[in-house]
Ligand binder design. Structure first.
Ligand SMILES: *[C@@H]1O[C@H](CO)[C@@H](O)[C@H](O)[C@H]1NC(C)=O
Ligand SMILES: *[C@@H]1O[C@H](CO)[C@@H](O)[C@H](O)[C@H]1NC(C)=O
Ligand SMILES: *[C@@H]1O[C@H](CO)[C@@H](O)[C@H](O)[C@H]1NC(C)=O
Length: 156
């Protein structure tokens, strides 16, 4: 139940804070507000690392973003290997959370038999980069998911 609530909240807040930021933004570049963004900042090299699974107590990974770094991001590196008949499951080999200035969401895939994936997701509200870095695959539906989650919360 608590998890569902947290999910519903995190789906809804990024959009709202974007609106806020944009409306302040148009006034003037010189009057740009101070950077009040906080992001998780850490690097994981195995899936059970604290940084990869933020359900654990992760307050020590919270970091204040400075200067023009106004986006939180998660970058996840993973791979699959294939034979002619089969492909292994996607295996993570590194993950990074950080504040950043420029963030391009999506995946870059290189390789044939061994495919390397580098997937990035971006968000602009404090501590929004808690995810596993795979949610870019479902962003198109996040508005609808948030609605379903809300309904679910109200019914339960
Ligand atoms: C976060 O980004 C900065 C550069 O913007 C980089 O120097 C630093 O190593 C990164 N931290 C992690 C944990 O990836
Ligand atoms: C999380 O860790 C911090 C110190 O790192 C501690 O002060 C806090 O009480 C912990 N919270 C929980 C819920 O365990
Ligand atoms: C792939 O499948 C074919 C037939 O289904 C089999 O002959 C071949 O040995 C398999 N190759 C590998 C690498 O398992």
């Amino acid at each position: 139940m608590r998890l569902v609530l947290a999910l519903a909240l995190t789906f809804l807040t990024p959009g709202r804070s974007d609106l806020l930021r944009d409306s302040v933004h148009v006034t003037s570049a010189a009057a740009r507000p101070n950077n009040e963004l906080w992001c998780y900042k850490c690097r994981a090299e195995q899936p059970d690392d604290k940084c990869a699974d933020l359900r654990q107590n992760s307050s020590s990974l919270i970091h204040k973003c400075l200067n023009e770094k106004r986006i939180c991001m998660v970058k996840r590196f993973s791979y699959t290997t294939s034979t002619e008949n089969s492909t292994t499951a996607l295996t993570m080999w590194a993950l990074e959370r950080n504040c950043t200035k420029n963030c391009e969401p999506g995946c870059i895939v290189i390789g044939e038999r061994t495919k390397l994936y580098s997937c990035t997701s971006c968000c602009a509200s404090s501590l929004c980069n808690y995810g596993s870095g795979t949610q870019t695959l479902i962003t198109a539906n996040s508005g609808i998911s948030a609605l379903f989650l809300l309904v679910y919360v109200m019914l339960s």
